[in-house]
Write a protein that binds this ligand. Sequence first.
Ligand code: ACO
Length: 357
Amino acid sequence: MKSGLDHVIAADTVLSHVDGDKGELIIRGFYLAQLATHTVETVAETLWQGLAPAGSGALITQLGQARVLAFEQVQPILTLAAGRPIMTGLAMGLATLQATPKLPDHVLASGAMAVLLAGLCRQNQGLEPLPPDPTLSQVQDVLRMRDGTLPPAYLVQALTTYLITVSEHGMNASTFAARVIASTQSDLFSALLGALGALKGPLHGGAPGPVLDMLDAMGSVAQIPLWIEHELSQGHRLMGFGHRIYRVRDPRADVLKQAVQSLHRHCPQARIALAEAVEAEALNQLARHKPERRLDTNVEFYTALLLEALGFERSAFTAVFALGRVMGWCAHYYEQQQHGRLMRPQSVYVGPQPVGL
Ligand code: ACO
């Protein structure tokens, strides 16, 4: 068996199917493009239906209550987390969440992620965190809590598209981590903390910041070929390219590219043109560099441009990803608890044998 568990099936799931050869993603019976036109609340309901305990009232209202309750709980943490990386602050906030009989845990955790993300972004700009407005949708409120004003519809639409696009994606590393923790019958917040730790790594959800660093380092279209050639000759990986499952273009890349183009007011044409030129040259050189391994554009490449255009600082990118993926993590947590057993694989001992007594 390969050390990365390639091709190992770890669970049956009703949540999503990733077809790496066709470049298709099905989420609970819908193609990604069909879901991407809905609201975050509808997609969360679709993922959680029949798995997670239902609270009372519409989900949009429950999430509003969750943000209010979470803000009360995590306010001291926001102060304590000032000056630390946003992912650290998010983990500190999640670790201190306390279950309440007023709301199911997954709703409280999802509301808390919105409050923490917005509050931590504000603090990084030297501003006080703002309390939530429970009458707004989750996406409207996270942008309002970050900026202090009601967001325009096109920003709400672009962030909604992003969060839905990354909401669920099979047995990726962070979801697997969440399911291992769920399989021990630990609590949901602990499973989310484990998932967050896995997401942070640059081979998973930590790639979009470095994608922008890469664009900055190239600077202009003329520099692209030499820069990429140099990176590959040093054995470095190009961020935003390659995927364990997809052997073709990641279908999420196209959905996000369209969303970036819809934000042209915030993403200058020159930035998009530079990214397109980098993508084309990277694909060319990767095909020559690894002819036996198809390496194509993954979700993180256009994520980087989109989150930049949405006004998030680089250090917040992985936390925004987590705000979307928390929907999938929660669904997997409950699915594992209902249908799974303790995950306890074995290892092959290759160490020294004891000699004598
Ligand atoms: N740039 C250059 N070479 C690459 C890249 C890349 N982006 N991706 C893979 N390779 C090379 C590897 O170095 C390896 O070469 P080797 O056989 O000489 O060692 C070969 O292709 C096969 O790579 P694997 O490590 O087997 O591929 P794996 O399936 O484990 O990796 C991964 C998938 C981690 C995403 C990888 O493609 C990568 O590191 N990409 C860059 C980081 C990135 O974009 N991460 C985000 C992924 S999407 C997500 O998680 C949400």
